[in-house]
Design a protein around this ligand. Structure first.
Ligand code: EPU
Length: 432
């Protein structure tokens, strides 16, 4: 069982390079299904969610060539439209984008219901509503989402999303790109990865306007052509390193970011007493003094991102005074707090609200990641904690953070991956 062994309690110094955005990459790779020709995608993060998505495209018949560490060429010209393999599709949340993309290209798609982190219910009703509005018959049967449109081509329509959803906004954009006529998505999500998907599709010949606002217009085109595109930097990866410096102290230059995307996170860190200095496409993050309490409510962009909620909570565990963290996006995203209590944090959770009473010091402990950002938060906590922590279930972290051990080591952290025997297997063997 692989774990991170983290010797905490030492400040971080140096610089760290931020990789391409996971949640943009997992939308842009399926978007290549719509392209007639070769598309070269750069700044792809080397994480397991990206590998899984590229594998699914290959299973569908795409030609995927690795050009270098972060660049692939994808050619979906000769793709076959058979169902996405159950075992592949169910492992990843973003497999729902395959539904919109395959349906847009072939007029028919069968994709397993998605997997991903468990935050309570993760409905897909808005995805299905959007695809139905474009003329598709959609049903869920035997663990698959099955969609089909009579005549083979979707038809543009006016869609009002009932909730602000990243996934449904991107899925409808994908489906509408090759549809007949104009699609208008109202109450659209505005996250940077939505703009990135629109920019990718437009660079291949799509006609999408308004991405980044709450009304997106997609004028369907006959086909997309090949091209070259570079994915934006990962806002959440950058925010996680900023949180690590805030918790452990020190001074780190976070390179290859878009400062505008970081404002919602930067503002809160500054309120908490962290110094953040902008320098071109870098931020210099410094924390020497005490951390102040703050209240945080997660919201769709440009609000404070839910995907930074656990990491910022880790920092607030060390702040002077009591902070209130309200989760405004997911029903159940505080499961990780139980692990923080093992490290001596004082957190009480009541539904979607966590009350955090800061403590002067966290203590090292063996803890388990229950999902991707929970794992990142435990690492942030362990970097600040006195002693040696073990963070288990690291496969969650590997889904979304490229080379996290090397990057943290580069800024002076003492972290290594160890392969320890699984205690449950050991005790079962002893019993057997
Ligand atoms: N929702 C519905 N119906 C739907 C879709 C969503 O009611 O059909 C609700 C959800 O229950 C939730 C809210 O709308 O309350 C927002 O969900 P959204 O669709 O925006 O989430 P998602 O697309 O499934 C993406 C990211 C998540 C991130 C959320 C919110 C990907 C692959 N995942 O999920 O990222 O938390 O947006 O920003 O892009 C992560 O990276 O750790 C992660 C979980």
């Amino acid at each position: 069982m692989k774990k991170y062994l983290i010797h905490g309690g030492r400040p971080l110094y140096g610089k760290v390079e931020i990789s391409g955005a996971k949640n943009a990459a997992v939308g842009i790779i399926p978007a290549a299904l719509l392209v007639n020709g070769v598309c070269r995608i750069g700044n792809l993060p080397q994480i397991s969610d990206v590998t899984l998505m590229l594998n699914i495209l290959q299973e569908l018949g795409a030609n995927v060539r690795t050009m270098n560490r972060s660049t692939v060429e994808v050619d979906c010209t000769a793709i076959h439209n058979h169902p996405v393999a159950y075992e592949s599709g169910r492992k990843i949340r973003a497999s729902y984008y395959l539904l919109g993309a395959l349906l847009g290209r072939f007029g028919q798609a069968e994709v397993p219901l998605p997997g991903g982190c468990d935050f309570g219910g993760r409905p897909i009703d808005q995805h299905l509503k959007g695809l139905r509005a474009l003329g598709a018959d959609v049903e869920v049967k035997n663990g698959f989402m099955c969609a089909k449109v009579e005549g083979g081509r979707l038809k543009g329509n006016h869609i009002y999303l009932d909730v602000v959803t990243v996934g449904a906004t991107m899925n409808v954009m994908l489906a509408a790109t090759l549809a007949d006529g104009l699609t208008v998505i109202e109450n659209a999500a505005k996250e940077p990865h939505i703009v990135d998907l629109a920019n990718f599709l437009n660079s291949m010949g799509a006609q999408i306007t308004g991405a980044g606002t709450d009304v997106i217009k997609v004028r369907g085109v006959e086909q997309l052509h090949g091209g070259e595109y570079t994915i934006i930097p990962d806002q959440i990866e950058a925010g996680t390193y900023m949180a690590a410096v805030a918790a452990a102290g020190g001074e780190v230059r976070v390179n290859n970011i878009i400062p505008k995307h970081m404002e919602c996170i930067t503002a809160k860190l500054v309120e908490m007493g962290v110094e953040v200095e902008e320098d071109g496409d870098s931020l210099i993050v410094r924390r020497n003094g005490p951390l102040h309490r703050a209240n945080i409510k997660t919201m769709p962009y440009p609000g404070f991102p839910t995907d930074m909620q656990p990491q910022i909570a880790a920092v607030l565990c060390l702040a002077d005074g009591t902070s209130v963290v309200t989760e405004g996006v997911w029903d159940n995203r505080f499961r990780y707090t139980e692990e923080f209590r093992r490290m001596g944090a004082k957190i009480q959770v009541d539904g979607k609200i966590a009350i955090i009473e800061g403590v002067p010091q966290l203590m090292a402990a063996p803890v388990e990641a229950c999902d991707l950002r929970a794992g990142a938060a435990l690492i942030v906590g362990a970097l600040a904690a006195q002693g040696i922590s073990e963070v288990g279930n690291i496969r969650h972290v590997e889904r979304g953070y490229e080379d996290i051990v090397a990057k943290l080591t580069g800024i002076g952290a003492q972290i290594e991956v160890v392969d320890l025997p699984d205690p449950e297997v050991q005790s079962a063997n002893a019993a057997g």
